[in-house]
Design a protein around this ligand. Sequence first.
Ligand code: AMP
Length: 233
Amino acid sequence: MSRLLKPARVLLLGPPGCGKGTQTSRLLKRFGISGMSSGDLLRQHIKDKTEIGSLASSIIKQGKLLPDDVMVKIIESELRSRSWLSPSQSWLLDGFPRTEPQASLLDSQILSPASANLNFIVELQVPHEIILDRIANRLVHVPSGRVYNLTYNPPKVEGKDDVTGEPLSRRPDDDPEIFRQRLVEFDKLTKPLVTYYENANKDAVFEVAGETSDIIFPQLESEMIKRFGEKAE
Ligand code: AMP
């Protein structure tokens, strides 16, 4: 159950490796809201060997983005199946929308008709050298999307997920060459999203900068409480 007084529909934006996954898990835990990561959805499709999974697998390997219309369909069906298209629900999107066409389709075709537009858009700003170090040390638990960092946040048992004990893996797209391509894609396609949302709903946009999750999280936490209020225990 959400611990917020008002419904929060949150989007986290930031370059690959900036710690979106970590901030997401901390926000979900802290405020009792649900989250959806487009990258995790696609990785699950790949694992389940679906049709979308085979398309995603080849595109992700090159550090490129899936076509906007495919992504919008995947996300819309997921939003509906989770019953999130209602003004009273609180949720968080991580990794979608990632291009301006995705954002405008999401707004005009999916969220606006449900009176459930995004009302908190967070831009995470993290220095490049920190991101590169994170990527070199990143491990993930694919089924849950839990992210570990060998320096800042290592698993309790080497190579195993803390909760399930299942093996952790490296993301194939964390290879340095592919990662560079993902940063290029981010600058070209995702950065303009901040301007899109500033034009669409400036008050909803919040920029937060910091070198570690521990510096960023408290700022996000207090901004969430300021905007959405917190239920008494
Ligand atoms: P992520 O875990 O968010 O970094 O996503 C991993 C990969 O999945 C990306 O590099 C893209 O290839 C693909 N992907 C995830 N979300 C999207 C999206 N909204 N649009 C297009 N491709 C996406």
